[in-house]
Design a protein around this ligand. Structure first.
Ligand code: SR1
Ligand code: MG
Length: 412
């Protein structure tokens, strides 16, 4: 139900709203007549505006009572409240890698964050042939630093439970993920679409494969029952903004407690799609570099945080410090196993992300870089087959390194 005070703000409404918040008005400088308001909505769900004043800028984001790109698809408004809560929860750990939350209005479901004008959306930048050699490592750092401290590896279980419980109620957007990412692509659903007729047979094969359905079902269970840490929940390359030496994760509205490999897998899956979509050999080299960098930095930083916590006797109740403080060999063993499990999840969720982005409701723009329809179909088919093989025989490709080698061979 829409609260009586809610209304969707137009540029004039946004000016009035910001002018009524002294701290925001001061940040912009001048008076409301001096402010430039530009709509930059890019995602599927919300309205987003950048506002520039003589002294600075802010970004205004508001939930709509429907999916932005499909007004017939009605949707509760609470998603920006979850995004605000996510920023509050992770910002202390990743302040250099997200945006500052400046204001949240619970009646309007409006969020104001610092403006990243000057940055570009990573997906768009990559599609234009840009290169951000530091970005993938930064995202690895982001996932490690946003997940370890919000997990029972770092927190007493009471604190972990109190932190995660509110996000378990992010039902609206978790339902989107359960349906659009994990379920719909594996059966006939009116929301599904793909490059037809070129990919008809590939899609039919995928759906007919019982091993694929078994693995998809397993990952549904993993997503819904393995509450390892607080996740971003939608960490694709459209949720990342980059400048030369600055990488920021935005759009935490899908935040939920879940398996850490879900965040990793969405990022890796999107890099894999870029690998198959990019028309240049340099683009392919960089995509493979980014996958490796991401995983290396995520793994290293996660283990460093964990080892530090144990050494300082400040770990949580999972793998508690008293059991491992004086036994570094056992600690290394359990860390290797924990990270191997995340790696397996990453590969499976990457495959599911690829399949849903090419055969489900919400597609990605990366393949638009290939204007020739025959080439586009061939590349989409190749990455779909890769995804299918990853799901059908997970033991065959157990590591990110093996996945990269296979992807490199198939894209050549
Ligand atoms: C109806 S929402 C479709 C997709 O857009 C978001 O960015 C999420 O990825 C979601 O699955
Ligand atoms: Mg988004």
């Amino acid at each position: 139900m829409i609260r009586p005070a809610y209304r969707t703000l137009d540029p004039a409404g946004i000016r009035a709203f910001l002018a009524a918040q002294p701290a925001l008005a001061e940040r912009l400088g001048g008076s409301r007549a001096d402010w430039r308001v530009r709509e930059v909505s890019d995602g599927n769900l919300n309205n987003v505006f950048l506002i520039d004043g003589p002294a600075g800028g802010v970004c205004f984001k508001q939930s709509l009572p429907h999916v932005r790109v499909d007004p017939d698809w009605k949707m509760p408004l609470d998603r920006t409240a979850f995004e605000a809560a996510y920023l509050r929860a992770v910002r202390p750990h990743v302040s250099d890698l997200t945006t500052e939350l400046l204001h949240f209005d619970p009646d309007l479901f409006a969020l104001v964050v610092e403006s990243l004008d000057g940055h570009v959306v990573l997906r768009h930048g990559l599609m234009q042939g840009g290169d951000w050699p530091e970005a993938a490592a930064a995202i690895g750092r982001f996932v490690a630093r946003a997940t370890f401290p919000t997990s029972p590896l770092a927190l007493p279980f009471e604190q972990a439970s109190a932190l995660l419980a509110p996000f378990a109620r992010n039902h609206t957007l978790t339902r989107i993920t359960v349906d659009l990412v994990l379920t719909d692509p594996y059966h006939a659903h009116p929301r599904n679409h793909w490059l037809s007729p070129e990919l008809d047979a590939t899609v039919a094969d995928l759906r007919a494969d019982p091993a694929v359905r078994r693995r998809a079902g397993q990952m549904q269970a993993r997503f819904l029952t393995c509450r390892q840490a607080l996740l971003h929940g939608d960490l694709h390359t459209g949720s990342i903004m980059v400048a030369a030496h600055d990488t920021r994760v935005i759009d935490g509205e899908f935040a939920l407690p879940g398996p850490i490999g879900f965040d990793c897998g969405l990022f890796v899956g999107n890099l894999l799609m870029h690998l198959f979509a990019t028309p240049t050999p340099e683009g392919r080299t960089r995509a493979l570099r980014d996958i490796a960098q991401f995983w290396t930095h995520f793994r290293r930083d996660f283990i460093t945080l964990w080892t530090d916590a144990i050494t300082r006797g400040r770990s949580g109740d999972a793998y508690a410090a008293p059991l491992f403080r004086d036994d570094p060999a056992s600690l290394r063993q359990v860390q290797d196993q924990f990270l191997a499990d995340i790696e397996a999840d990453t590969i499976a969720f990457a495959a599911l992300e690829i399949i849903r982005r090419l055969t489900g409701y919400a597609h990605v723009a990366d393949f638009d870089a290939l204007p020739d329809r025959t080439v586009r179909a061939a590349r989409q088919q190749a990455v779909l087959r890769l995804a299918r093989d990853l799901l059908a025989d997970p033991t065959h490709i157990p590591t990110i390194a093996a996945l990269s080698a296979l992807a490199a061979a198939r894209v050549a």
